[in-house]
Design a protein around this ligand. Structure first.
Ligand SMILES: Nc1nc2c(ncn2[C@@H]2O[C@H](COP(=O)(O)OP(=O)(O)O)[C@@H](O)[C@H]2O)c(=O)[nH]1
Ligand SMILES: [Mg+2]
Length: 692
């Protein structure tokens, strides 16, 4: 590939709902530009951007991928992203390094949930945006409906630049509203014609829409327009250009990825009006710890080299590959930079450009360009590499909260040996994945953003690292306690087995303590009825019993114990005997002291559209939840806060998604422990194993 200056680079993220045609559009752009000899198909698993077996199996993209192409003396770095709800973290990463986001919207399905979600993310980051309405060759495609939805759901500034000529199978070209010309396609190649007569009226009408969409970006022009003064084409184009860069105007163009209609026009537009890295300085944090200074750094190829790692790929053979954007300066193979988070030195051994999974060595990458490097020593996604002595950071990428978890159990010892490393490597590659060991329930937990995410993780675990696991539901960390005080309970351990016997007697009082106060132990034994070390042994026996499980088989908490009396034998007593006596006394006392199971309660905050608030609150009630309050966000969504038993929301990620058509979000956090209602105790109690 030729060398390109920063101003000739375009970093373009393709985003939108799953199935809209992003990966196909990337393929069509690569094909039109001659970067690939023939068009692959998503269905056949032959596209440049979907390359993982897990992606082929499902026919959907699961992680972002980068594919560069050359068009009219420019280098366009396409960043294809997944559109599936579980993988929005990948979209967040792509939006952080793109200078323009092309929203691909299917003219068949319209504006879908994940498109709106990604639009909100792009708006929050002030990323310039445009829309490509795809699949216009489809029989059920409707441009009018789609355009109306774009206006309705994405807000002001939607500026349709084009109209389709022909519909469904008869879709054959594009009318350009700014220049009043028709472009008719044959096998992906366009020729220019007059606008068909029967379209003229419609064209006028949409042209007015276009002008309205553009003039909103410029207050003075909007005022003149409202006074009846319609701006000329030149003025419109200039305003359009400024409006795109300012992320206030969003041009809409049209086509068909699989039929390769409108692809050249998209590429032209990216080159002509797409912002270059020069237009988009990157916010950085400079300075050492105490007094961080926030500034912007320009994409200056002669400046200090700075690289931002936005993606890590774990390859079991090659090792780790880090994808980065050169924020400023120029990087070359064997350059030394420092990881600003760790302070560790990193040498950029081989410098690469990526196209999907293919890697090409490259001799330099200038400011604004995207590349990769393998085998960095200690760098993760979200890290910044900077020159030594100039620790500069770029804010890490915001990751979605894990909302669903499952527990994994290795098949064999060999699998167990591989598991920890494999999980660690997968978590390095996938910042949305969290691994946790729960010492209370003795489970290894995978936490992710949804069922598909966790499923994919398990497949990768086996495919990439050869670790085979079973899964099981998460065990709820129930506990137990007592509700009334009991006094004078005796624990007597007496055994005569041939020679040496075992003897120990203790008498205890127990009382409930407040939630969270834990265990307390005291002795009121007087007159040396039992020795000091035996009292210690009683305490040990009780503490062991509490952690092994009380009458229902769960750890016992929040109990106060007092030893009041006891008996010892000069020959047969031992610490062991008093430990056993302590256990027996505690078990007996607990059984009389109104034992209950405590269940964890989570504080759940659910954000949903107004029209599903009723359903969501009803559902929370059905889960034994107690709604604490409701609120409204700035954009009119409802925020419901509730306390819900943790056992009832283990799979809430899946259930909320179906309850709200994917429009609901939630966050759950452990809040406190509360008594499990008596009618549920039998379903929850565990076999108590007394190995007394
Ligand atoms: N008819 C038609 N189908 C398309 C078009 N673009 C993509 N598709 C199909 O839509 C499906 C989803 O496409 P894909 O590129 O994977 O969408 P993505 O999830 O947005 O990446 C695939 O079956 C494609 O063949 C198009 O322009 N017209
Ligand atoms: Mg895709």
């Amino acid at each position: 590939m030729k060398r390109y200056a920063t101003r000739q680079i375009r970093n373009v993220a393709l985003v939108g709902h799953s199935g809209a045609g992003k990966t196909s559009l990337a393929e069509a752009l690569l094909h039109r530009a001659g970067a690939i000899p023939r068009m692959g198909r998503v269905e056949d698993g032959t596209t440049a951007c979907d390359f993982d077996p897990e992606e082929h199996k499902r026919g959907i993209s699961l992680s972002l991928s980068v594919a560069p192409l050359e068009w009219r003396d420019h280098k366009i770095n396409l960043i294809d992203t997944p559109g599936y709800a579980d993988f929005m973290g990948e979209v967040a990463a792509a939006l952080r390094i793109a200078d323009l986001a092309v929203f691909v919207v299917s003219a068949l399905d319209g504006v879908e949930v994940q498109t709106e979600e990604a639009w909100d993310m792009a708006r929050a980051l002030a990323v310039p945006r445009m829309v490509f309405v795809n699949k216009l060759d489809h029989d059920r495609a409707s441009y009018d409906t789609t355009l109306a939805q774009l206006r309705d759901r994405l807000g002001s500034g939607i500026a349709p630049l084009e109209l389709p000529i022909g519909a469904g199978a008869g879709f054959r070209g594009i009318a350009d509203l700014l220049t009043d010309t028709a472009h008719v396609y044959e096998k992906g190649v366009p020729h220019t014609e007059e606008i068909p007569d029967d379209m003229e009226e419609l064209e006028h009408q949409v042209h007015d829409n276009l002008v309205e969409g553009i003039v909103v970006a410029d207050d003075a022009m909007l005022e003149r327009y409202l006074d009846g003064d319609v701006p000329g084409v030149d003025e419109l184009e200039r305003t359009l250009h400024d409006g795109i860069a300012a992320a206030t105007v969003f041009p809409v163009i049209i086509g068909s990825a699989t039929r390769e209609v409108g692809i050249d026009r998209l590429a032209d537009l990216l080159v002509e009006i797409g912002p270059s890295p020069l237009d988009r300085p990157v916010p950085i944090v400079a300075g050492n710890g105490d007094e961080p200074v926030r500034t912007d750094v320009a994409a200056d190829a002669t400046g200090d080299p700075l690289a931002f790692v936005f993606k890590t790929i774990a390859d079991p053979y090659v090792g780790q590959v880090s994808l980065f954007r050169v924020v400023s300066g120029t990087v070359r193979p064997d350059d030394h930079l420092v990881n600003s988070r760790t302070g560790g030195d990193e040498r950029l051994h081989g410098l690469l450009t990526m196209r999907g999974k293919e890697q090409q060595p490259t001799s330099e990458l200038v400011a604004g360009d995207i590349g990769a490097v393998s085998k960095l020593a200690g760098t993760m996604t979200g890290d910044t590499l900077a020159p030594r002595g100039k620790p500069v950071r770029i804010d890490p990428i915001e990751q979605p909260e894990p909302t669903l978890a499952l527990a994994v159990i290795p098949h064999t010892q060999a699998d167990e040996d591989k598991l920890a490393t494999a999980l660690h490597r997968l978590a390095d590659e996938d910042p949305a994945l969290r691994i946790e060991r729960n010492d209370e329930t003795h489970q290894t937990l995978l936490q992710g953003t949804g069922e598909t995410h966790l499923q994919i993780t398990l497949e990768k675990l086996t495919r990439k690292f050869g670790a085979n696991v079973d899964t099981e539901p998460i065990r709820v960390p129930y506990r137990e306690t007592i509700t009334t005080a009991v006094t004078g309970v005796e624990g007597r351990h007496k055994k005569q087995t041939g020679g040496h016997g075992q003897f120990g007697v203790c008498v205890i009082d127990v009382e409930p303590r407040a939630r969270g106060e834990g265990f307390s132990f005291a002795s009121t034994v007087v007159g040396g009825a039992i020795g000091r070390s035996y009292i210690g042994a009683v305490q040990k026996g009780i503490e062991e019993t509490m952690s092994q499980g009380g009458v229902f088989g769960y750890p016992v908490v929040d109990v106060g114990v007092t030893v009041t009396d006891g008996k010892e034998h000069s020959v047969d007593s031992s610490e062991m005997a008093f430990k056993v006596a302590g256990r027996l006394a505690f078990r007996a006392a607990m059984a009389q002291a109104g034992p209950v199971i405590l269940e964890p309660i989570s504080r759940v905050v659910v954000v949903v559209p107004l029209d599903s608030q009723g359903d969501v609150m009803g559902d929370l009630n059905a889960r034994r939840g107690r709604v604490q309050g409701t609120d409204t966000t700035a954009d009119g969504r409802q925020v419901v806060t509730a306390l819900v038993p943790t056992s009832e929301i283990q799979r809430y990620a899946i259930e909320l998604r179906s309850l709200t058509g994917g429009r609901g979000r939630f966050h759950a956090q452990h809040d406190h422990y509360d008594v499990l209602p008596p009618h549920l105790v039998d379903a929850v109690r565990r076999e108590v194993t007394d190995e007394g």
